[in-house]
Design a protein around this ligand. Sequence first.
Ligand code: PLP
Length: 385
Amino acid sequence: MRLSARLPHSFEPNALSAALARLRAEGREILDLTVSNPTRCGFDYPEADIRAALSVPAVLDYDPDPLGSRTAREAIATHHGHGLRAEDLLLTASTSEGYGLLFKLLGDPGDEVLVPSPGYPLFDWLARLEGLHARAVPSYFHERWHLDLGALEAAVSPRTRAIVVVNPNNPTGHFLSKTEWHGLTALCARHDLALLVDEVFADYALEPPSDRLETALADPDPPCPVFLLSGLSKVAALPQLKLGWIAVRGPGAGNHRSALAFLADQYLSVSSPVQAAASTLLALAPGIRNQVRKRLRANLAALDAAVAAHPHLTRLSVEGGWSVLLRRPAVDADDACALRLLESTATLVHPGSFFDLQGDGHLVLSLLVPETPFRHGMGRIFPLI
Ligand SMILES: Cc1ncc(COP(=O)(O)O)c(C=O)c1O
């Protein structure tokens, strides 16, 4: 039987994943410098409080509302501030699910969304599974990363429905500047496009530029429809609880929210327990985020010290987020380099190509790795790259 053409032609793992599976099957302990699952990074979660929040009587209630429970939405609106209201929000089971709903909302099969690259690799599939094409538009690096607004505008076609940006971006860690924001919203307004802004990492500013756009919500009245995505997986470092949300602003917001509620009503995928716990979890989140921020800063400092001893390497600036780009002489392809490091040192890094970085000469490391393995990992791989 033929499967949908939206699916990959093959489910074979790529060479790096295959090598990783083989080494693990052989019993090799892998030092994973890509880990992005915060529950595996040694943070001290307030376990008793989290368990208590998930045991309140309301976890047994089923009172479905396609927008999500009002108390959870009120807590999220308070977390964001900037005049956001509970009625501007719709809950999802994750940010990824939020993308699925938005792509269903905005496009018909064959339509396109523009995505600045390098960027988060999941967009290709999230769009494709909804019948859309995610077209990459390269950003450029000049002292810091910049959106190429001219290239984005040139890429707009009659089938373009939206632009998707991540603020700060994964993996480049760059925030949108206010100038980029105004250019982007004006471009979307000119071409009747929606703007999707993924701010899952917005609470993790490290070295933000002075004119950074702290959040898209700072613009109360954008000239185009704006859909902001976020969720507990980064805001509270609790990906296992599966709660995301979409905030809707800009022209047509009321109608867009009603259409999203219609879509969400077909699934009702957000569990009662996480909605009942949301306000307590958000109250606990600052304590968890502080630990994450401390880790990010400690690893950046360790990385800078290690890079100073290997002058052929540079790390690009990280304005925010959980990852860092390491620039190296492109003596071999990034894919080959990552495979070589894995096989010779049992240390996993991501090649830049994984995030659609142009050319070779970039590896991507996670700053979430506990400090000691992070330093060991650098000690193992730096002499070989
Ligand atoms: C930019 C970005 N958006 C969304 C997600 C996924 O978030 P969620 O767990 O809420 O689906 C990630 C996960 O790493 C991410 O990097």
